[in-house]
Design a protein around this ligand. Structure first.
Ligand code: HEM
Length: 579
């Protein structure tokens, strides 16, 4: 009798067969069919004896009855002879074998453990991800895999494969982690596909143009004033001794995002509450969650979902207030939601005038509907979701890496002072940005050196041929990596060294294919040009107003993975006010 292992070895070794239960069962049926051990009639049928259609039908019926009868009899006498434990053990072994086969079939020719820890896979490592684990995984091959519970995960470390994955929306959709869709809402625009996604995204493109960004700068300037004073006060309250600033950096980014998105529509209480609670959303985003845990009070997914829902209620309220204000004649936009609602109102006016029969009316770019308050809230929640962890990580490394390099800060300071015409109190404006050559290089190098997003999980919506030799099955997670391309020694010499000069006198700027900090393809970061500008504003302003010193610990350069990357010791700094 054929064993399960021989069944696997008879299948193509690439994962063309995704190893679904259906396929493994189909494989078992083949064994039954080709084995005369079970029934000689069946064997003759499948071996292609020449018979008429009616004989075929009768024979099939006979076969079914015979097989069912024989099998039924065989099974019942077999199970009758066995006790409960023997049955339980048999079922367990069958499940282990199925799980193992499914893994081996899906793994095919790519790198990965030869066998899987039964059912769980590297579950514990997934809950407590270690930086070294990712490095080893990337080093293991251009494509590698792991399987955790029923989830099969393919990681691409190779730059070109990463591009192929990022740019295959016909086969893949973003999933972040499987639970993200439920936390954000399955209706969130980022989960739309194809044309629908492209059209929706076009309607958002006006929110991060230079013209729009200029209207966000004053509120951002005031957030920096408020938080930099707070940083100094924190250090004073700690007697000038170093303390972890990672949490403060999460807070400043949350406040920055919320005020940039909603200006004064959002209350200070809500900003504070969201800044305190948002980490619960991040904490819920584990690669694998216990099924239905989102409905079990007290679990991480349950807490994350509650925070997400509460945020969206707050955001919908802000949208309603914004609509009311922007409908007033002469209303000036000062935040993202203002810009978006003004665009909606302009589109509505255009439609009304056309409907009234007017001709020669100027058509707004990208016609969009007037979205409901809930839809606006949902979409701006996706912005917060996309920005909070990545921006907090970038800010943390920005301050740590620069505090360790006073000579870099001195150059940023001199450049920013010159751009402000010698007046360090002058607020940042967009005209200064092109002049900040060195500051921009520092920001780019920081994002390369410590990219906040190391990879972007997608899920295959159908079988996806990643290479001519390897096809990922439907439902597999397929993860293009950003980090290896940004640390490729053949592209960025000495990639582990922080060297802003490579963006000025070197050729780093021309290596666009390796610049995967913001992903690539139809889902690439909506804020890819806004983020460097915002970081340049932040560090330029900090250089004008405050001094900051890093106090290294043995764990400062160790990397902690909490959705994005952070220094393991939480970034030990002391801030003082510049006189
Ligand atoms: C350091 C900061 C940031 C980094 C490193 C970053 C990086 C990324 C990456 C890698 C992706 C996935 C790209 C892909 O799948 O190809 C992404 C998507 C996205 N990001 Fe960012 N991001 C940052 C900040 C922001 C901010 C501040 C916003 C909004 C204000 C934002 C909005 C988005 C949105 C909406 C998407 C999804 C776009 C889509 O699905 O079409 N990001 N970001």
């Amino acid at each position: 009798m054929l064993s399960i292992t021989s069944c696997i070895s008879s299948l193509p070794y690439t994962s063309k067969a995704p190893g679904s239960l259906g396929e493994v069962l189909a494989c078992d049926v083949d064994i039954l069919a080709t084995s005369s051990y079970f029934n000689p009639v069946m064997a003759s049928l499948v071996q292609g004896g020449s018979i008429s259609p009616s004989a075929h039908a009768n024979a099939t019926e006979n076969v079914q009855q015979t097989v069912t009868g024989q099998l039924g009899g065989f099974m019942s006498s077999y199970f009758a002879e066995l006790g409960f434990w023997k049955i339980a053990v048999t079922i367990l072994l069958a499940l282990v074998a199925y799980d193992q086969c499914s893994y081996i079939i899906q793994k095919g020719s790519i790198a990965g453990p030869a066998f899987k820890v039964p059912f769980f896979g590297p579950f514990i490592q997934a809950i407590h991800p270690k930086w070294e684990g990712y490095m080893q995984q990337w080093a293991s091959g251009p494509l590698s895999c792991v399987s955790i519970f029923h989830k099969f995960v393919v990681l691409a470390s190779d730059r070109d494969l990463a591009h192929r994955i990022f740019k295959s929306p016909g086969y893949l959709k973003p999933c972040i982690v499987p639970i993200a869709e439920e936390i954000m809402s399955p209706k969130a625009w980022v989960f739309k596909q194809g044309r629908e996604h492209v059209e929706y995204r076009k309607g958002l493109s006006g929110l991060f143009t230079n013209k729009a960004i200029a209207t966000y700068l004053p509120v951002q300037e005031s957030i920096y004033d408020q938080f930099f004073s707070q940083f100094v006060a924190d250090s004073e309250a700690n007697d000038g001794k170093p303390t972890s600033f990672m949490v403060r950096f999460r807070e400043i980014n949350c406040a920055l995002s919320l005020r940039t998105f909603f200006g004064s529509y959002i209350s200070q209480d809500a900003v504070q509450r969201i800044a305190n609670d948002f980490y619960l959303v991040t904490a819920a985003l584990e690669l694998v969650n216990i099924p239905l845990s989102m409905y079990i009070p007290g679990t991480k997914p349950w807490r994350g979902k509650r925070v997400a829902d509460a945020c969206q209620v707050d955001f919908a309220r802000c949208a309603a207030a914004c609509k009311e204000k922007m409908a007033r004649p002469g209303a000036e936009p000062t935040c993202v939601v203002d810009q978006w609602v003004l665009h909606m109102l302009a589109c509505e006016r255009y439609r009304e005038r056309i409907a009234a029969g007017e001709t020669g009316v100027e058509k707004p770019q990208n016609l969009i509907p007037v979205f409901s308050d809930e839809e606006i809230g949902r979409t701006l929640f996706t912005f917060l979701f996309a920005s909070q962890d990545a921006s907090s990580s970038a800010t943390t490394w920005l301050f740590q890496v620069l505090a360790q390099r006073p000579e870099v800060v001195a150059r940023i300071r001199a450049e920013n002072l010159a751009a402000r015409g010698g007046d360090r109190r002058r607020p940042f404006d967009l005209d200064m940005y092109p002049e900040l050559l060195y500051t921009r290089a520092v920001v780019k190098e920081l994002l390369r050196y410590r990219p906040p997003v190391i990879f972007v999980p997608y899920v295959a919506t159908k079988t996806f041929p990643i290479t001519p030799d390897y096809t990922a099955g439907k439902g597999a997670m397929v993860i293009p990596s950003c980090y290896p391309a940004l640390h490729d020694p053949e592209v960025y010499a000495d990639p582990g060294t922080f060297d802003p000069e490579r963006w000025i006198s070197g050729d780093a700027e021309s290596k666009t294919k390796n610049w995967l900090v913001f992903g690539a393809g139809p889902h690439d970061c909506l804020a890819r040009s806004y983020v460097p500008l915002q970081m340049a504003h932040m560090i330029g302003k900090a250089a004008m107003d405050i001094d900051f010193v890093h106090h290294p610990t043995p764990r400062s350069e160790e990397i902690r993975v909490f959705a994005t990357l952070f220094p393991m010791d939480g970034c030990q700094l002391v801030f003082t006010k510049r006189v």
